[in-house]
Design a protein around this ligand. Structure first.
Ligand code: ZN
Length: 217
């Protein structure tokens, strides 16, 4: 609850801003009726329904990687938007307010300047305008984490040849044109020839070559 109030920036002075006691006078700003404390993830939607000026996204640190686990459907539609980071310790959990997403996940990009982080997928963008366009589209999807494959494991090759169905015929063909310049400097592709070769389980049709070349060549 105090983390939400911190995200709403209700305490203006920086003096002892991290102390819960600073936020107690503002508890009335939140409607916590029938919501247990600490608030389980399953109650975030109820919290948002009871507090129509606040939207909440929940982040989680998984193996030193920060991922969004619960995102609000009220993207950019409410007066206050708060990003919370869920910390777990065995069976206990609590939340802290994530004041700056670019500081929290900014080290994931090689970009040296300030980045604008999407609150929904944590993707960094270089311009605020781009973020404002990107985020309403991104928030329509479920929370997600982008994981890039490591070097050495980033090439996918087809190796399930045994799952292929044998087909009676396959034809491999190539088509060649010449480029002819037009008056407006554009190009027209003028066909000049083609070649096709068949591959078949029937011996009489296997490796039969068809070639055509324009007679004027
Ligand atoms: Zn996003």
């Amino acid at each position: 609850m105090y983390s939400i109030l911190a995200g709403m920036n209700v305490v203006k002075s920086n003096h002892h801003k991290s102390r819960p006691s600073q936020y107690r006078p503002y508890k009335h700003m939140l409607n916590m009726n029938s919501i247990p404390s600490p608030v389980p993830l399953s109650q975030i939607t109820n919290f948002e329904n009871q507090n129509p000026e606040i939207s909440v996204n929940m982040l989680y640190m998984d193996n030193r990687e920060i991922i969004p686990i619960c995102t609000s459907k009220f993207c950019q539609k409410r007066k206050y938007h708060v990003n919370l980071l869920m910390l777990t310790d065995d069976y206990k959990f609590h939340y802290i307010y994530a004041q700056s997403l670019s500081r929290l996940v900014g080290n994931r990009t090689s970009h040296r300047h300030k980045t604008y982080i999407c609150h929904y997928c944590l993707h960094p963008l270089t311009k605020e305008d781009n973020l404002n366009e990107y985020q309403p589209i991104c928030c329509q999807h479920e929370p997600q984490q982008i994981v890039y494959p490591k070097p050495g494991k980033n090439i996918l090759k087809f190796d399930k040849f045994h799952y292929q169905f044998q087909v009676p015929f396959a034809i491999y063909a190539d088509f060649e044109p010449f480029l002819q310049k037009n008056d407006d400097q554009s190009d027209t592709h003028v066909p000049s020839g083609f070649c096709a070769v068949t591959s078949s389980i029937f011996v009489e049709h296997d490796y039969v070559l068809y070639c055509y070349r324009e007679k004027t060549l």
